[in-house]
Write a protein that binds this ligand. Structure first.
Ligand code: SF4
Ligand code: SF4
Ligand code: ZN
Length: 391
């Protein structure tokens, strides 16, 4: 339980790493910008990552993502994977991927498995090998070891220890791992944005080596890349039967900045662009959305407007709500409660979305203290009923 540095209230769902309750963050985001930036800078120090995006006047501009770093000679960008070496930008190019990869037997626990061809056979025979889950096939899972955000509760934070480890795998080498049993490639991380040229080159090489057969290409991303790169990724996903999985972390920009160290503006604009492009191939869905239900911060006030925003493009866009597990700087928050998940699912349904799903449900926990108290007082009707997990 931490005290909010603005209103002074102690609350069990206020993390000590921010020292700010969600109400105060929503109330005065501009006043808290410097304070929030300091929290993120400190958390990055631990991993020897740049504390902020470099703005060196003599630097080279990188525009792969929203950070728009100006990287001075000999230094690295915010993501730590792009470097200015001798006046040229290195890292993230087709020759130099900082990544790890593995084969994942299908159907896998991908954020879109409940709607995609691999998990359901959607689009068979054009986009899937089987008219149901693709047993006997595999996914080439590519984990890019750098990110353009700094999520305080990152669920995959170990990549931060190796973001600076230098180039590893070329696009040609990686594309060579696609064999006859590989039905899809998934680029995730970290985030693929700082290395998008690498994943785009890999996709094109891999698809060229597999003419006339199913090979879907998907990305899972925070969505903050340059829009020209998103367009290229979207075209490949559309042509291959794949999808782009957007992680929309919060609707309120202050809450988004507090949790990720970055505004959500570029992500929401990019989502709008992808959702428009996705209209040309509604099935299997070419865009899928997920939101992590961070206790105390990503509540119904975030989920409801996010769901309305998604539904404004197409109510059939699949939306997956994910249970949170305490990690990293958010280690003092509990797991998402069942009641919290039920309220979020109901809000998404209320917004008009028709394909809603709850992921990581095995992580769901007991009611939060406030929920327990209101239940005892007999006012906890919201979310305590027996709604299903999917709608
Ligand atoms: S990578 Fe794409 S096709 Fe493969 S399991 Fe994930 S969403 Fe489905
Ligand atoms: S990819 Fe983004 S974070 Fe990395 S150097 Fe380029 S602009 Fe900066
Ligand atoms: Zn407060």
């Amino acid at each position: 339980m931490a005290r909010c540095g603005v209103c002074g209230r102690r609350a069990p769902l206020t993390t000590s790493s921010l020292g700010l309750c969600v109400g105060c963050i929503r109330g005065a985001p501009a006043d808290l910008e410097v304070r929030i930036a300091k929290v993120h800078a400190r958390s990055r120090q631990f991993f020897h990552l740049p504390q902020e995006a470099p703005r060196g006047p003599s630097g080279i501009r990188c525009d792969l993502c929203v950070r728009q770093c100006l990287i001075p000679p000999g230094e690295v960008g915010y993501c730590a994977v792009r470097q200015n070496i001798g006046g040229r930008l290195r890292g993230g190019s087709p020759k130099q991927g900082n990544l790890s990869w593995y084969y994942d037997p299908l159907p896998t626990n991908c954020v879109a498995d409940w709607v995609c061809p691999a998990g359901t056979g959607a689009g068979h025979p054009r986009w899937a090998y089987r008219d149901g889950p693709e047993y006997g096939y595999k996914n080439l899972a590519v984990f890019y070891q750098a990110c353009s955000f700094n999520c305080l509760g990152c669920q995959n934070w170990h990549y931060r220890e190796v973001s600076r480890s230098g180039p590893g795998v070329s696009a040609a080498e990686l594309a060579g791992q696609v064999d006859a049993r590989t039905a899809c490639i998934c680029f995730f991380g970290g985030d693929p944005s700082p290395q998008l040229p690498h994943s785009l080159a890999t996709s094109m090489l891999a698809r060229r080596r597999a003419p006339g057969r199913v090979l879907r290409v998907c990305w899972e991303t925070n969505g903050a890349m340059h829009p020209r790169l998103l367009r290229r990724a979207m075209r490949i996903a559309l042509e291959s039967g794949g999808c782009i999985k957007f992680d929309l972390k919060a609707w309120n920009d202050g809450v988004h900045r507090a949790l990720t160290g970055c505004s959500n503006r570029r992500t929401l604009e990019n989502f709008a662009l992808a959702a428009e492009m996705a209209r040309s191939r509604p099935d299997p869905p070419a865009v899928v959305v997920s939101t992590l239900l961070v206790p105390g911060y990503v509540d119904v006030e975030e989920v409801a407007p996010l769901a309305r925003f998604i539904a404004s493009f197409d109510p059939g866009i699949p939306y997956s709500l994910l249970a949170f597990h305490p990690q990293l700087s958010l280690h003092d928050l509990p797991v998402t409660s069942i009641q919290h998940a039920e309220r979020a699912l109901a809000a998404a349904k209320e917004a008009g979305l028709t394909r809603i799903h709850l992921g990581n449900r095995h992580l769901l926990g007991e009611p939060y203290e406030l929920e327990r108290r209101s239940r005892i007082a007999g006012v906890g009707g919201q979310g305590s009923g027996s709604r299903g997990w999917s709608a």
